[in-house]
Design a protein around this ligand. Sequence first.
Ligand SMILES: NC(=O)c1ccc[n+]([C@@H]2O[C@H](COP(=O)([O-])OP(=O)(O)OC[C@H]3O[C@@H](n4cnc5c(N)ncnc54)[C@H](OP(=O)(O)O)[C@@H]3O)[C@@H](O)[C@H]2O)c1
Length: 259
Amino acid sequence: MKLEGKRIVVTGASSGIGLALARRLLHAGAKVAGVSRSPEDIKAALGHLGVMAVGCDLSRPDQIDKMLAETEALLGGIDIFVSNAGFAYYGTIGPPDWEKNENIFAVNVLAHIYILQKLTQERTTPLIFMVTISALGKMVLPGFTMYDATKFAMDGFVRSYRMEKPKNIKIMPVYPVATLKTGFFRKAGGSDTPMPLPPQPVGLVAWCMELGLRARAPAVYTSLAFLIRCLLVRVVPVDLAVQFYEGLRFKAWRKRHGV
Ligand SMILES: NC(=O)c1ccc[n+]([C@@H]2O[C@H](COP(=O)([O-])OP(=O)(O)OC[C@H]3O[C@@H](n4cnc5c(N)ncnc54)[C@H](OP(=O)(O)O)[C@@H]3O)[C@@H](O)[C@H]2O)c1
């Protein structure tokens, strides 16, 4: 599929994977609206390429409604929606905190589902809905409990939704592994948050996502090693060694942070 002239919205376009993907899509000739809470950062990074930037806190449905109306008006319609924004808390689940729990589920789960519902309601034209999940939507690691819960929820949602979706809607989950040059780990648990190995460059993740869109792939795995793991794990408990090693790093992080 050609991306030239396609009207594309990318959430989380102010940083990391969303920013790298939006850049690639603009270079490919697509019309791109980038979304985040800080549209000025999107403009600063991609303004020279003609990006349109829209501010939205995705934990707020009223702001999502406004953002969808604004991006539709700016682009003249939406052919592809890349629902990419998300974040993690690294650490223990901590004391009871409804707002904190709600916030991560709002951004990492509810926003994706709500946007999909809004875009597909009474829609007859084609739509590609790409959603950034994570390798941690298919495997668990210590320190990422809340995040794992949200990403497993999205993986289950996508697999089930495929059985009911109308023909004009294509849903395309993306499963990146730890990605370099994103704000993800620092925001999750501070600058000493251990990054599960081996990490991959953000440019590679964005390139795989672009290829996935061009090929209209059923899903995008950005790491061959992780794809092989997904096949192997059906017969061999390959995650045990990684979980043991990451458990040690988590223990050290907890000691440093006194939690
Ligand atoms: N980095 C990794 O290792 C990795 C691995 C697997 C999957 N992922 C997934 O990849 C996606 C992108 O993350 P990233 O790695 O690019 O991290 P990042 O560099 O921290 O970027 C996160 C983006 O999400 C936006 N965002 C966060 N909360 C938001 C909110 N409430 N409303 C609107 N926008 C919000 C941020 O924008 P503002 O702060 O400006 O609003 C930012 O643009 C996430 O879904 C993440 O779970 C990341």
